[in-house]
Design a protein around this ligand. Structure first.
Ligand code: URA
Length: 430
C-alpha cells in the first residue's frame, strides 16, 4: 500500500508573498497557518518570513481576530465559573520593577474576588513574576489544575505557571518571535496575550498596557492602539475587558530584580511601600472590583489592616513557600552616586532593566538560571533634587564581573533637568 501524504489546503510561500504586498489573508488561511506551524508542516524559517511581513505590513482587525481564534483553538480552555466568586484576571504588558501582581492578587482575594494569575518568566530586560516568587524558599510555580482550583476556592488567589496546554501555538510562535526581532508589533502582541487570556476563561480582564522606555512599545499612541485592539478582542469574545495605559518610563517603585521586588511587595501588603506602586496597585484593584460587580468597595483599607497580607501568607504557604523565611541577599553591592548637584528629569527604566538583567536578575535565553539576589535599588525619582555625591542606585549581585557590566548599563540612566509632569495612569480604554 502506498503511503498517502495529507494534502495541505494552502501554500505557505504564496501566503508569505501576499502578506509581503499587504494583502489581507482570510480566516481559513490564518487558521491553517497557525495549525500547520504547530504541526511542523510550516517550517520556522517560513513562519519567520511571514512574521516579518506582518511586522512591516500589519494586520486588519479580521486577521487579528482570526489569529487569536487559531491560537486559542490550538490548546485547551479553562473554566472558572463554578468557584462561588467572580473570577477576574489581570495582565501587564511587561515593565521594569513591575511587581503589582504580587500585592494585587492577595488584595483582591481578601475582598472576595477569585484571581487566577497564570504568569511567566522574565526574558530580556523585563522581569517575570514567577522568577520573583521563586526567591521565596520552597515556593513552587507548577500546580495541577486541581491545586489551582482548590486555592481559588479556599483562598481566592493563585499565581502559578501557565500549563503547556494553554495556547501551545502561541508558545511556539513567541519563541520564534523572540529570536527573529518580531516581538514588537501590535497584531502579534495583541493576539499572543489575548489568546491566552481568553483561553483562561475568567469572567473579566484588566490590562495594564505600558508605554515609556521600559515597555515593549515605548510610544503612547502605539500603547493606545495595542490597548484598543486587546479590549476589542476580549469584548468580541465575551470577556469583559478594560485597559489602563500606564507610564513605564521610570522603574515602578524602588526595587528592580527578584528578591528585592518581593520585599517591596510585602511592604505594600503591610500598608507601606513606594507611592507609585501603591497608586497603580489600587487603580488596577478598583478596575477589577468594578468588573467583579463591586464598584463601591474601596481596596485601600485591606492593605492597611492586614487582610491582604493574610491572603498573601496563605497563598505562599499553599505553594510550599515560607512567608517568614529570609530572602536571598547578594554578596557584592555598590552605590552609584551623583557626580553633580541638580534636578533629575528622567530615570530611564530601560537602562535600569538592562542593568538588573546584566547583574543576573534576568536571563538571555529561556531556561537560563536567574540570580534571585541580584538587582538594582532605585534611590531617586524624576523631580528629585540631589546634591553631588548623593546615592542614586544601589546595585547588588553575586559576581564582581557582573557588577561591572551592571554599572556600565546605569551610566546614562539619569538625565538632568526639570522633570515633565507625567501621570502614572495616562488613559483608560473600556
Ligand atoms: N507578552 C506576551 O504574552 N506576548 C507578547 O507578544 C508580548 C508580551
Amino acid at each position: 500500500m502506498s503511503e498517502q501524504r495529507a494534502v495541505e489546503p494552502f501554500d505557505v510561500v504564496d501566503l508569505i508573498g501576499r502578506k509581503r504586498f499587504a494583502e489581507e489573508l482570510g480566516d481559513a488561511e490564518i487558521a491553517w497557518l497557525v495549525d500547520a506551524f504547530t504541526r511542523g508542516v510550516v517550517a520556522p524559517e517560513q513562519m519567520s518570513a511571514l512574521l516579518m511581513a506582518i511586522v512591516i505590513q500589519g494586520m486588519s482587525r479580521a486577521e487579528i481576530r482570526a489569529m487569536t481564534a487559531a491560537m486559542i483553538a490550538s490548546g485547551e480552555t479553562m473554566d472558572f465559573t463554578g468557584l462561588g466568586r467572580p473570577a477576574i484576571d489581570k495582565h501587564s504588558t511587561g515593565g521594569v520593577g513591575d511587581k503589582t501582581t504580587l500585592p494585587l492578587v492577595p488584595l483582591l482575594a481578601s475582598l472576595g474576588v477569585a484571581v487566577p494569575q497564570l504568569s511567566g518568566r522574565g526574558l530580556g530586560h523585563t522581569g517575570g513574576t514567577l522568577d520573583k516568587l521563586e526567591s521565596i524558599p520552597g515556593w513552587r510555580a507548577e500546580l495541577t489544575n486541581a491545586e489551582m482550583t482548590r486555592m481559588l476556592t479556599e483562598i481566592g488567589g493563585v499565581i502559578c505557571a501557565a500549563g503547556s496546554g494553554l495556547a501551545p501555538a502561541d508558545k511556539k510562535l513567541y519563541a520564534l518571535r523572540d529570536v527573529t526581532g518580531t516581538v514588537a508589533a501590535v497584531p502579534l502582541i495583541a493576539s499572543s496575550i489575548m489568546s491566552k487570556k481568553i483561553a483562561e476563561g475568567a469572567g473579566g480582564l484588566v490590562l495594564d498596557v505600558k508605554f515609556g522606555s521600559g515597555a515593549f512599545l515605548p510610544g503612547l499612541e502605539d500603547a493606545r492602539e495595542l490597548g484598543e485592539t486587546m479590549v476589542r478582542l476580549g469584548t468580541d469574545s465575551g470577556l469583559r475587558t478594560v485597559a489602563l495605559l500606564t507610564d513605564m518610563d521610570a522603574p515602578l517603585g524602588r526595587a528592580v530584580g527578584n528578591a528585592n521586588e518581593v520585599r517591596e511587595s510585602v511592604e505594600v501588603l503591610a500598608g507601606g511601600g513606594p507611592a507609585d506602586l501603591v497608586e497603580l496597585t489600587l487603580a488596577l484593584a478598583r478596575e477589577m472590583l468594578a468588573l467583579a460587580g463591586m464598584p463601591d468597595v474601596d481596596p485601600a483599607p485591606a492593605l492597611a489592616d492586614g487582610r491582604a497580607m493574610d491572603s498573601w501568607r496563605r497563598m505562599i504557604l499553599a505553594q510550599g513557600g515560607d512567608p517568614d523565611a529570609a530572602l536571598p541577599v547578594a554578596r557584592e553591592t555598590e552605590i552609584v552616586r551623583a557626580d553633580r548637584a541638580g534636578e533629575i528629569a528622567r530615570v530611564d527604566a530601560r537602562a535600569v532593566g538592562v542593568a538588573a538583567w546584566r547583574l543576573g536578575a534576568g536571563r538571555a535565553r529561556p531556561g537560563d538560571p536567574v540570580d534571585h539576589a541580584a538587582g538594582v535599588e532605585v534611590l531617586v525619582r524624576p523631580g528629585d533634587t540631589v546634591t553631588a555625591g548623593q546615592p542614586l542606585f544601589e546595585v547588588a549581585c553575586d559576581s564582581p564581573g557582573r557588577l561591572a557590566r551592571g554599572l556600565e548599563s546605569l551610566a546614562g540612566a539619569v538625565e538632568w533637568g526639570s522633570a515633565p509632569e507625567r501621570p502614572l495612569v495616562a488613559g483608560r480604554i473600556a
